[in-house]
Design a protein around this ligand. Sequence first.
Ligand SMILES: *[C@@H]1O[C@H](CO)[C@@H](O)[C@H](O)[C@H]1NC(C)=O
Length: 796
Amino acid sequence: MSKDVKSIVRSLHFVYIMTLVLGSLIQFSEESEFVVDKSKTGLTHVPKDLPPQTKVLDVSQNYISELQLSDISFLSRLTVLRLSQNRMQCLDISVFKFNQDLEYLDLSHNRLQKILCHPIPNLKHLDLSFNDFEALPICKEFGNLTQLNFLGLSATKLQKLDLLPIAHLHLNCILLDLERYYVKENETESLQILNTKKLHLVFHPNSFFSVQVNILVKRVGCLQLDNIKLNDDNCQVFTTFLSELTQGPALLNFTLNHVETTWKCLAGVFQFLWPKPIEYLSIYNLTIVKSIDKEDFTYYKTTLKGLKIEHVTNRVFIFSQTALYTVFSEMNIRALTIADTPFIHMLCPQVPSTFKFLNFTQNVFTDSVFQNCKTLARLETLILQKNKLKDLFKIGLMTKDMLSLEILDVSSNSLDYDGQREHCIWAGSIVVLNLSSNILTDSVFRCLPPKVKVLDLHNNGIRSIPKDVARLEALQELNVASNSLARLPGCGTFSGLAILIIDYNSISNPSADFFQSCQKIRSLKAGNNPFQCTCELRDFMQSLGQVSSEVVEAWPDSYKCEYPESYKGTLLKDFHVSQLSCNTALLIVTIGVTGLVLALTVTGLCIYFDLPWYLRMLCQWTQTRRRARNVPLEELQRTLQFHAFISYSEHDSAWVKSELVPCLEKEDIRICLHERNFVPGKSIMENIINCIEKSYKSIFVLSPNFVQSEWCHYELYFAHHNLFHEGSDNLILILLDPIPQNSIPGKYHKLKALMAQRTYLEWPKEKSKHGLFWANIRAAFNIKIRLVTEEDDVET
Ligand SMILES: *[C@@H]1O[C@H](CO)[C@@H](O)[C@H](O)[C@H]1NC(C)=O
């Protein structure tokens, strides 16, 4: 039962996983398959072979001049259609009647003169701008596009109530292109624009501004005008045009894009806008032409909070810098951005300034900017990114009287500090200092604002952080990425450090006590350093292991070994080196212990295999041999006193004495029995050897008892070696009782070997076979051998 449940659960699990996999596959194909991009493909018609599931169709920048019902009616799921930059002249909107999902329709930059109306209920974005309409292409059906939030239009003629049919819609943006609008003699047109948050008007890019239409706006919060070309003559036309537009109390953001003007006219426009209820004025892509002369500017009370001018081209080459900069420096607003301009300077305001935020990114300012400037006491943020600043000391000095300055960004300059000079002076209020992408070196740590909390020094030339510098106790975040630091600094001088970014440096062996020294650290980003994967690193890794994993940023992927070569590219996470190879004391102890164990093992083995016994035997035997070596071979033969030496176990002595000895002696075979022919005063060992040496042959009576007797083994050992020495076949083995092979102890290899190779004589149990047995024994003896008598022996 439970087995069934398990298998059901398992198969459900499988189905679930398969569903996930298939689901993701379908999603994947949905994204790629249902988007069809046929832009810039030279099409003259919408292709017929589109997949019917197509949701997004891009046929922009082609040569399509007409759209028919059959072209797209089968694309029932179409939501986005881009048809801009084609050659459409007329459009019957009813071609979309089967595209009920259509939300986005871009028909801009065609040659449309006429549209035939039809409701498309879900439309959100309808762009008919940059076409050839004479009057605004507004159908009464547009009034039903309740979802519409963007409407792009174009016309050469305007009538006040043209937009009435859509007056009740809540649009986000109306784009009205007036590129081809021309001034009519003796009449002033007007247009009422209702209910849009943003109005975007585009004029002809190359003609001087001449539009004299009265555009009445209500509730427009955001106004953008593109392509304004002004000179001293038509400047008035432009400000007149603006007067109605900028009336509305709702207007907060006013943007001008692509403006070409004289300085005089620009100042005039500023002057005109100053009392208007605008809060933020932005000018992008400004070109100043003709001349720049001093303009009188009255800084009326203004609601303007911020002025932003980005990307300025100056076509005036000889002019008074002061005339240009004074207009800006005296502005009574809070935020001023002048970015990406050829301006080389900005003046210190003459009276205490209202500026809280100044952004001069990407100009050509030098160190002389704002030197000795005491009127920027309210300034909180100063950005001088990407200029031509060189001397950090002077930058410090610049801030001296900026008593509210909190954020200073002087990144991407050529700042350096030669540490030889006097102490740096900084505004004590600075908490964020961005010094990144300069050419600063170690000495920068001797020239920092004392209360800085966030310090960005990335991408400089710092090699080490000096220890003997003033303490930066407030410092919380330090970015020293992309420098040449060789060591991970401790937090000695930055006791409050919480974030350290030190990736892309030259740190090979980060010290293990980093986390001990930096108790408050919350985030460490130290990847992409050339880590040396050795023992030192191991300690660091251990200390890493003790901190929470969120602390180490970009772990483990950007932490890789650089050396040694064999580990190059290995993730630190996967680098393991044993405790042993890193700890010398441990290594010595281990070697010692291993040696001891080895010695003990060898000793144990020696004892087990009875090695000392063999050594003793070898010693005895060599001594005896030495004694015997002095005697010549014939002499030795002549010293034979016995035909046979008999080795046997005490337990078998009954058989030996009752059967073997009588039987042999009957044949005149002289026997040496160690207990009978014992020479007093010699050791048992010597007696045995003596006996063996003086005997022609040795008889061994093998039985389980023999195997058990140690003496018998000695005897066998000597007899065997004697045999070797004499080179003759002098061993006779009699197997009295069968010996099971495995009953011979392992250490008696000799006996084992002999038993295996030798033919032994088996003592038959049957009496009838005894005769043959004895005959065999006798045959083994050469009776003719001359034996010396014991008396002779004594004589010699
Ligand atoms: C410092 O400026 C650089 C750009 O120059 C920017 O990427 C970085 O985020 C800034 N640092 C801080 C702390 O704001």
